[in-house]
Design a protein around this ligand. Sequence first.
Ligand code: C5P
Length: 231
Amino acid sequence: MTAQLNPRGDVAVLVPAAGSGVRLGPGRPKALRLLAGEPLLVHAVRRLAEAPSVHSIVVAAPVAEVTAVGELLAPVAPVTVVPGGAERQSSVAAALAAVPAGPAIVLVHDAARALAPPALVESVAAAVRAGHDAVIPVLPVVDTIKEVDGDEMVLGTVDRAALRVVQTPQGFRREVLTAAHAAAADALTDDAGLVEKQGVPVHCVPGSEQALKVTRPFDLALAEHLLATGR
Ligand code: C5P
């Protein structure tokens, strides 16, 4: 059954899903790789659609897959599908341009974080609603981190207490994200990086272990285990 989105919601979610996913090995574009029999993108969109604040979802698909992605997602939720770009950033910009009038909050969520729970969507959106221009979900760093030189010789040990691992969905006041993309010069791997360059303060909220990014075959196995055990 197609999940209905909330016409009174104040959140639009952009889903960049146009990457090739070479680190997963040869095969389909990453967002279309199967996790427990369904594409990563289907898992991701299903969870986004369950978040009560979500008004609209815009997916940036690989250019050759726009029609197929539209057909794939039609039974999951009402979504707009646009062709993505050569870089993640241009895929996000293409999706942002297709957001309908209305939502004051825009979240950007990688399709590769297929199991990010609806509660994480809500907590990021709530922090933007509470007055933060930019919000990212983060986890503490658990490993010891070393800085090394080009010869793999240790230069020093970084204080991990001050470090965070950054996830998506990342949330923004709509005008803030639009201005950051309009001003963007270099391609960055996350949207908070763009708004940081504009001098906008970025607020952290607790992330979720379930929002792991499926990048390598090990991550796919871990995500399958989480699904099978109902987490
Ligand atoms: O390659 P990486 O893991 O950083 O990709 C993060 C997300 O950005 C993925 O969901 C991927 O599909 C998306 N992406 C995109 N357009 C690109 C490259 C990546 O939408 N050109």
